[in-house]
Design a protein around this ligand. Structure first.
Ligand SMILES: Nc1ncnc2c1ncn2[C@@H]1O[C@H](COP(=O)(O)OP(=O)(O)OP(=O)(O)O)[C@@H](O)[C@H]1O
Length: 248
């Protein structure tokens, strides 16, 4: 379970201060897919970076399975799998080596790494690329490799920044099934997207973010009901204000 409490993060730029995240609160439960939905620049990536300990909040706190991310970031990283916005896989290594390297960083034994690589490769349908160098991989192949790497230590909590970005329809469908399977195993899955249909198809719980703030949160049905809109897209537009919603 991941809890964000009153997260704030501002950046100083040449023209002033940008409040990227301005008081974000939410709980992402186990066995549930929680989606952060918001237009470009809403603060999703900054929020995610604070969740996975890459960035320290100016104020507020993050807890993962009860562990405070500021107090014990290493312990949090052990129970977290992360697909960052920059996938950052090593081009000179094969997919297998990319995954195994992260396994070593997590202190897994060789036997355990081999077992995890085999299991993840089967689940992500990547046996055919496992021993190819990542150089030249398609976007989908890179994403699969990065996801397998994120999950090598079998984490209870999984954070994915725009996991279906740039994937074709078939790969997107396969990715959805994969995320459902992580949820059905009881994991806490958090992902971000600016694509309404994506969030509607995947999430049990949606957190709508705009201008660094939570505008609304609930299940897809709850949001539809609250805003009195037949479909989620209209609810989204209502929640964040029509102009920005239309730009999302
Ligand atoms: N390192 C930084 N320095 C200055 N400003 C930043 C920095 N990182 C983010 N921002 C600003 O903070 C705001 C929120 O950005 P963030 O990347 O979190 O949004 P996002 O919701 O992930 O957007 P997108 O969907 O476009 O990726 C934006 O105005 C962005 O320009």
């Amino acid at each position: 379970m991941i809890t964000a409490q009153q997260l704030h993060k501002a950046f100083k730029t040449r023209t002033g201060t940008v409040k990227a995240v301005d008081g974000v609160d939410f709980v992402a439960e186990d066995g549930r897919i929680t989606g952060l939905l918001g237009p470009n620049g809403a603060g999703k990536t900054t929020t995610m970076r604070m969740l996975y300990t890459l960035m320290r909040p100016d104020s507020g706190s993050v807890r993962v399975d009860g562990i405070d991310a500021a107090e014990d970031p290493a312990a949090v990283r052990r129970i977290l799998g992360v697909l960052p916005d920059a996938r950052g896989i090593y081009k000179r290594l094969t997919a297998r080596e990319n995954i195994a390297y992260f396994g070593e960083l997590h202190g897994l034994s060789r036997a355990r790494i081999a077992e995890r690589v085999a299991a993840l490769s089967a689940r992500l349908d990547m046996d055919d690329i496992l021993d190819r160098r990542a150089e030249g991989f398609s976007q989908g192949q890179r994403t699969k490799t990065a996801i397998a790497r994120a999950l090598v230590h079998d984490p209870r909590n999984v954070i994915l920044d725009e996991p279906t970005n740039g994937l074709d329809v078939m790969t997107t469908r396969a990715m959805r099934e994969f995320l459902f399977s992580l949820r059905d195993e009881g994991r806490c899955v958090v992902f971000s997207s600016h694509i309404m249909q994506e969030v509607a198809a995947l999430c049990d719980h949606i957190i709508i973010i705009a201008k660094g703030q939570v505008m609304a949160a609930g299940s897809p049905d709850e949001l539809r009901e609250r805003f009195g809109e037949a479909n989620l897209e209209d609810a989204f537009v209502r929640a964040i204000g029509s102009q920005e919603g239309l730009l999302a």
